[in-house]
Design a protein around this ligand. Structure first.
Ligand code: 2PG
Ligand code: MG
Length: 419
């Protein structure tokens, strides 16, 4: 990780923070979350924090602020942040260390620290005259690149029901070789699925992250339907098992039965082979490291990449080899921009791949797209292509594609390469 000023562009000296204003806004599920404005002189940056339906137990915690909407400048947290930060001239890393300390000491919450951290990053990028993705890449010492899409087709697990016993997401992974064509493929496949699912009014029910809700149709039906629908399109399949939420005392609850870890692994591998699944996220609970270790070589051999979400919780200190092929990054798990970039660097240092992900409750903030491009993530996961909160991300990715193409940046993983 590089300090501002030491590497290439974006090296403007840190500016003093002149003001910090916190406010309560709504996420895409209509739940309150936090947004922050950070002022560096006349320049304002803004950032907000998404909210998960059921966060993993290892991630940084939000602070519960029931019903806190509108200006929170003079709330306990708002005042504390302003008093502690205004007048400082910190640079991003120092600011983020300070924010972490304020969370550890006063429990301001990862929602407050991320909103302020991101707001500062945006303001600092503007002061340096750099687009956010380029400014973040300067900090991370990474080469920007365009990711492949993970498109939520069917939702289930805890995103579909209070008693989860199936995958949280089944995703299509378009593989045309260009982001714009990938978006077109995603739209076509999704629309075809939507027609299959539509009720009498022509509408199909969707989850918080805009995946289709299969209702009474079981997993076998969903996978069969996906195989048929994408038959003519260059698109692979991925799944988020979100196994932390399927954990029972002796194993995992899946498809109406409890399975021991070894039996569950065998069942997952059978599905990987039968449907050519190329991406498997969180196949086991984070504590079940033995199961992860045994699964990794078998999954690789079957052609799937294993990805750690709740396992690593976007925490550099948790990233270690032998468990997964890739680290999923969620800034709200990490709590600050610097901690997120540190997790990205820890992954790269071990030769692991990266995915950048939304949360089930999103705001209109699109910084996750800039982050994915900045660290050259192999994948980006932004939900199904429906509703404003997800579409805002697709649109930002479309814009970034134009910027990166005109910068002549390395465009992406070639379509021929296996994930
Ligand atoms: C995931 C995310 C996003 P949540 O598991 O990857 O889809 O879900 O925000 O509920 O953690
Ligand atoms: Mg997940």
């Amino acid at each position: 990780m590089t300090q501002g000023g030491k590497r290439g562009h974006g090296g403007a000296a840190p500016m003093p923070i002149t003001d910090v204003a916190l406010r309560g806004i709504l996420d895409s599920r209509g739940h309150p979350t936090l947004e922050a404005d950070v002022w560096l002189g006349e320049v304002r940056g803004r950032g907000s924090c998404p909210v998960a339906i059921a966060p993993g137990r290892l991630e940084r915690r939000r602070r519960l602020r029931t019903g806190a909407l509108g200006p929170l400048r003079d709330s306990e947290t708002g005042r504390l942040l302003r008093d502690e930060l205004a007048g400082l001239k910190p640079g991003q890393e120092e600011l983020d260390a300070r924010l972490r300390e304020l969370d550890d000491r006063h429990g301001v919450g990862a929602d407050a620290t991320l909103a302020v951290s991101l707001a500062h990053a945006r303001a600092a990028a503007a002061v340096a005259g750099r687009p956010l993705h380029a400014w973040l890449a300067d900090r991370a010492g990474s080469t920007p690149g365009l990711p492949r899409l993970l498109v939520n087709a069917f939702s289930g697990g805890i995103h579909g029901t209070a008693a989860p016993d199936s995958f949280q997401q089944i995703m299509i992974i378009p593989e045309s070789g260009s982001v714009l064509d990938d978006v077109r493929i995603a739209l076509d496949v999704y629309a075809a699925l939507e027609r299959t699912m539509a009720d009498g009014s022509g509408a199909a029910p969707i989850s918080a992250s805009s995946g289709l809700l299969p209702g009474g149709r079981d997993l076998a039906w969903q996978l069969r339907t996906l195989d048929r629908t994408r038959a003519a399109a260059p698109a692979a399949l991925g799944v988020d098992v979100a196994a932390e939420h399927l954990r029972t005392e002796r194993g995992y609850r899946f498809q109406g039965r409890e399975h021991g870890p070894a039996e569950f692994a065998a069942l997952l591998l059978e599905l990987v082979r039968a449907h050519g699944i190329q991406y498997v996220e969180d196949p086991f609970d984070p504590a079940d490291t033995g199961a992860w270790e045994a699964f990794l070589p078998a999954a690789r051999q079957a052609g799937a990449a294993v990805v750690g979400d709740d396992l690593f919780a976007s925490d550099a200190g948790r990233v270690r080899p032998g468990l997964a092929d890739a680290v999923l990054l969620k800034p709200s798990q990490a709590g600050t921009v610097t901690a997120t970039l540190a997790a990205a660097r820890a992954a790269r240092d071990l030769g692991l791949r990266l995915a950048v992900s939304h949360r089930s409750g999103e705001t209109e903030d699109t910084a996750m797209c800039d982050l994915a491009v900045a660290v050259g993530a192999e994948w980006i996961k932004i939900g199904g292509p429906r509703r404003g909160d997800r579409i805002a991300k697709y649109n930002q990715l479309i814009r970034l594609t134009e910027t990166l193409t005109s910068e002549g940046a390395a465009c992406r993983v070639p379509s021929s390469s296996k994930i």
